[in-house]
Design a protein around this ligand. Structure first.
Ligand code: F1P
Length: 291
């Protein structure tokens, strides 16, 4: 499948993106107040980037689903960063239109010959990470790798961990599980949201996602034997024991969290196959949502 080919190429596309991200370019400068917009997967990457940028002390960074970003009057932002693989998503184009001439915009996109280019002041194109799949895998992670490198992060370990995640065996328990709860904190919360979306899109699985410690405030009542609670990043104290008591399978890996998302993409693919679904033709989805 396209999805499999594309997700397997992630170490290479991440390496290329790291090179571009580390160079000086049109991406937000330190100190700027930035609104980051996207839809679906691209919104979740916006969430992760925002937490990383604020964590690095580089300036206020607010992520919005493009449909809920009402930035027409500027709202005090110095820049708008849009993330869109297709460059055609209606809500993203509407934001770019609304802020044109008021706030400088930069768009990270896969296809450089799309309407988003006309509407953006600046663009960073990642055509080598563009995809034929409906279900995004490598564009999203490659865009986030670009942004991590731009924040000054050394992503060498992440690339190595992605290679390792591609070679890791998929546990049968993950293929058979009835339900998944993905958890994350800080920048890994966006990854948890994306993992849950990937499993829904590719394999029609029942998945949820929460900020790690919020899970204890209600959603843990769903945890049970035959279900999986998968945490991205380091486990907050006591969480593993609390989940394990429910009988749910608790998963938390030491690898770079973005590389752990690669493993979830593979689980989604495996579950699609086990259910006789074609991950390249997901139910009710199109490659880009346009009104
Ligand atoms: C965003 C997106 C995808 C999703 C679906 C519809 O597209 O929401 O994340 O998987 O296929 O479109 P884009 O703006 O990044 O092209």
């Amino acid at each position: 499948s396209y999805m499999e080919q594309e997700l397997r190429s992630q170490p290479e596309t991440w390496r290329e993106a790291a090179r571009i991200g580390a160079a000086d370019g049109p991406l937000p400068k330190a100190g700027q107040r930035v609104a980051v917009v996207g839809c679906g997967t691209s919104w979740f990457m916006a969430q992760s980037y925002a937490a990383l940028r604020e964590g690095a002390g580089l300036g206020v960074t607010d992520p919005f689903p493009a449909s809920e970003a009402f930035l027409g009057d500027g709202r005090g932002y110095d820049a708008v960063l849009a993330i869109t693989r297709s460059g055609t998503t209606t809500e993203v184009l509407r934001v770019l239109e609304a802020v044109k001439g008021r706030i400088p915009t930069v768009t990270v996109l896969g296809d450089p010959e799309t309407p988003a280019v006309e509407l953006s002041d600046e663009t960073v194109a990642l055509p080598f990470a563009d995809e034929r799949s409906v279900v995004q895998t490598r564009f999203a992670t490659t865009a986030l790798t670009l942004l991590r490198a731009h924040l000054g992060e050394d992503v060498t370990r992440a690339v190595g961990d992605a290679e390792e995640a591609l070679a890791t065996p998929i546990e049968q328990e993950w293929v058979d599980a009835e339900q998944f709860a993905f958890l994350g904190s800080g920048w890994t919360y966006g990854l948890a949201n994306e993992a849950a979306l990937k499993m829904r899109e590719a394999s029609q699985s029942w998945t949820e996602s929460y900020p790690a410690m919020e899970y204890r405030h209600g959603p843990i009542s769903i945890a049970a034997p035959g279900r999986v609670t998968w945490l991205f990043g380091r486990a907050p104290e006591g969480l593993e024991a609390e989940v394990t008591r429910t009988g749910a399978h608790f998963v938390s890996h030491a690898r770079d969290p973005l590389a752990d998302l690669v493993l979830v993409q593979r689980v989604a693919l495996e579950r699609a196959r086990a259910r006789g679904l074609d991950p390249d033709n997901p139910r009710s989805l199109t490659r880009s949502v346009m009104l």
